[in-house]
Design a protein around this ligand. Structure first.
Ligand SMILES: [Zn+2]
Ligand SMILES: [Zn+2]
Length: 100
């Protein structure tokens, strides 16, 4: 479902609730502009992924690779930065895991 305001966005865009209680999908640029009127609610899909390298949480679209199975139903994988800078072997992570 695309962004309710501009019709853009991918499957990772936020789900928000408006003051009159309707649920909308909102892309990041529109959320920035409209955040005073919107409350983020859990969407139908998981939209967080935890990076093995730096331990931070990201939107899956910022991850170089990810797979299900992280904590709190989040995905787990490598953010774009860590994927480039820290080879997996240095972190003792097997190379076998592939993005799906
Ligand atoms: Zn939008
Ligand atoms: Zn990272």
């Amino acid at each position: 479902m695309p962004c309710a305001f501009c019709g853009e966005g991918d499957k990772w865009i936020k789900t928000c609730r408006t003051k009159d209680d309707s649920r909308l999908r909102v892309c990041d640029p529109c959320y920035e502009a409209l955040s005073p009127w919107l409350v983020i609610v859990p969407g139908d899909g998981v939209v967080t992924a935890r990076c093995d390298g730096c331990g931070r949480y990201f939107n899956p679209r910022e991850m170089a690779e990810y797979s299900p199975g992280g904590r709190h139903d989040a995905y787990v994988g490598d953010c774009g930065t860590c994927a480039k800078t820290v080879p997996k072997v240095q972190r003792g992570i097997p190379l076998a895991r592939k993005p799906f």
